[in-house]
Design a protein around this ligand. Structure first.
Ligand code: TYD
Length: 211
């Protein structure tokens, strides 16, 4: 199964990925966790360029293409071969991040982004995507605790940008059965219980053919 996690920064994705990984491993499923942008030597180098605060002059077009350069490498080198071997691949972000951040957030053409999915990813879609939703106000509190000095280039964007990104995710989830909206304001345990219950009742988890 290919499962992706989406959400605004500080929504708690990484904690939830770890908890799902533990569950899957207890079920004797081979599991691989990856993160975007990154996950291969080439992709990690692209990640540095993307997140470096010195690159404040990066155009939205450059940003989008760099995310896809990183993703194309990760997909061919790591995701595709592991899925073929039957590994459960859990990804911290995937192409829905580009639709939400570069499409809805930066205002780039969503149809062009869809075309990039075809070009760079063979049109491969995750089996399941969790959008961990936390309202902006709550995220701001978490951000303050984290301290603003450690924020990366994209995390330092303005509030209006993040409003559009969140709305983008909600619109995508509305249009798409694959994307489950998870209320991320609840306790870590409650959120994890819901995620595990959705995964374990999915036809691909139970080894049934979805098609
Ligand atoms: P992320 O790895 O979630 O940051 P962190 O390691 O600090 O949790 O993602 C880095 C930033 O890149 C994040 O602000 C979201 C952004 N991003 C996009 O704008 N588009 C994309 O396609 C991806 C994958 C990430």
């Amino acid at each position: 199964m290919f499962i992706t996690f989406e959400g605004l920064d500080f929504c708690g994705k990484s904690t939830q990925i770890e908890l799902l990984k533990n569950f899957l491993e207890n079920e004797n499923k081979q599991t691989l966790v990856i993160r975007e942008p990154g996950g291969t030597e080439i992709s990690e180098k692209i990640r540095e360029i993307l997140l470096d605060k010195k690159n404040s002059g990066m155009t939205p077009e450059t940003e989008l293409l760099l995310f896809y350069a990183s993703r194309a490498q990760l997909f061919k080198q790591v995701i595709e071969p592991n899925l073929k071997r039957g590994v459960f691949v859990l990804s911290d972000r995937f192409y829905d991040s580009s639709t939400a951040y570069q499409g809805y957030g930066r205002g780039l053409d969503i149809d062009f982004i869809k075309a990039l999915n075809k070009f760079a990813l063979n049109n491969k879609k995750p089996d399941l995507t969790f959008f961990i939703d936390v309202p902006l106000e709550k995220l701001k509190e978490r951000k303050l605790k984290h301290g603003s000095s450690n924020l990366d280039r994209i995390e330092t964007s303005d509030e209006e940008f993040f409003k559009r990104v969140r709305q983008g995710y909600l619109d995508l989830a509305n249009e798409c059965e694959r994307i489950k909206v998870i209320d991320g304001t609840r306790s870590i345990e409650e959120v994890s219980r819901e995620i595990i219950s959705v995964v374990s009742s999915h036809p691909s988890f139970r080894g049934e053919n979805e098609e």
